[in-house]
Design a protein around this ligand. Structure first.
Ligand SMILES: [Zn+2]
Ligand SMILES: [Zn+2]
Length: 350
């Protein structure tokens, strides 16, 4: 009886405390004074100390999907950061929003690397350039890619000409210098290397035929390494690179999902989508081939991004994961992989 009374008292106290908290929260959110306090706190947090990066390779998934729309997923984009360098591989639609929300240090962005020039890899390029320029980037942003990159960069520079003019006039040459607002396209051959201190970036040919050229990128830094495929099927070159890499980020196509979609659109008489869903099956890595690759390189963590199609729910995620081993990861936007120098571990931050 006594125990029952005590329980009732505790339950009543909890109800009263929750009610008081709800009333206070309501008062803070719905009054100007309360809102102003929260705004100030938020503004201080956003302008606080920028995230620091330990010695190692830090990989941020800024876009995990492909052109087929998927909730909460931007199109292809992977950011790679070391204490001294910062590169972004591909800039698909929505990816720069993720970069901005994560407060990545775009003022010190060394460059953008483009795998190839399909829209889902390039359309956010001018947005990335604008936020980098507005953050005080020193000089024009460099955009690296295989032959064709200059055409893409020239076109975006031209399209953004008026935007640059407005911003320089509005904020002044001291803050947004006109000469720094343009991007510089830098073409490289599919097999090439860029060395910046301890960081080596190697480009090798990808197979995204009939789209040519397409390249994949490998980053090596103080004994740690990652390979980012962009769009490709699994090639011998890729197998060779992956055999000695810590982490692979690969495009991936789920055949069971794409075949089911294909059946549905075909039955509905959608000629256009039926044709596209047939054509795309040959130029992305099917998950079954990636599973095989993961088995052959058992010291490499294999992470799937550029998901075709981006899963919309847990069922599609489970279908994507068919055959997954312990070292395989289905990425989502906002995921981090940390590869510390002097370690063999990879820390995943969700
Ligand atoms: Zn593509
Ligand atoms: Zn793509």
């Amino acid at each position: 009886m006594f125990r029952n009374f005590q329980m009732k008292r505790i339950a009543l106290s909890v109800v009263v405390i929750v009610a008081v908290v709800v009333v206070i929260a309501f008062a803070v959110i719905t009054t100007e004074r309360g809102q102003n306090v929260l705004l100030k706190k938020g503004a201080r947090a956003v302008n606080g100390v920028a995230p620091a990066f330990d010695d190692g390779l830090h990989v941020f998934v800024c876009g995990s999907a492909a052109p087929i729309p998927a909730p909460g997923r931007a199109q292809a984009c992977i950011a790679v950061i070391t204490p001294d360098h910062f590169f972004v591989v591909d800039t698909g639609s929505g990816s720069v929003n993720n970069i901005g929300l994560e407060r990545l240090p775009v003022d010190r962005l060394d460059g953008v690397l483009l795998n190839h020039f399909h829209s889902d890899h390039i359309v956010d390029l001018p947005t990335l350039n604008v936020i980098s320029w507005a953050s005080g980037h020193d000089g024009p942003l460099r955009v690296y890619g295989p032959p064709g990159v200059e055409q893409v960069v020239t076109g975006f520079n031209q399209a953004m000409g008026l935007d640059r003019l407005y911003r320089t006039r509005h904020h002044g040459e001291d803050y947004l210098p006109a000469a720094s607002g343009v991007m510089l396209g830098t073409e490289h051959s599919p097999a090439s290397e860029l060395v910046l201190g301890d960081l080596r970036i190697t480009s090798f040919a990808a197979d995204h035929s009939p789209v040519e050229p397409a390249v994949s990128y490998r980053f090596d830094y103080k004994g740690r390494s990652i390979v980012i495929t962009g769009d490709t099927v699994v090639t011998d070159d890729l197998r060779t690179q992956v055999a000695t890499a810590d982490l692979l980020l690969t495009d991936a196509l789920s055949l069971p999902i794409v075949e089911t979609l294909h059946e549905a659109v075909s039955a509905a008489g959608n000629r256009q989508l039926t044709k596209i869903l047939e054509d795309i099956q040959g130029y992305h890595a099917p998950v079954s081939d990636i599973v095989e690759l993961a088995h052959a390189s058992d010291s490499t963590m294999v992470a799937l991004y550029h998901l075709v199609p981006g899963p919309r729910n847990i069922v599609m995620e489970q279908v994507f994961k068919r055959g997954f081993t312990d070292d395989m990861v289905l990425t989502h936007d906002g995921m981090w992989f940390h590869l510390q120098a002097g370690s063999n571990e990879i820390d995943i931050e969700h």
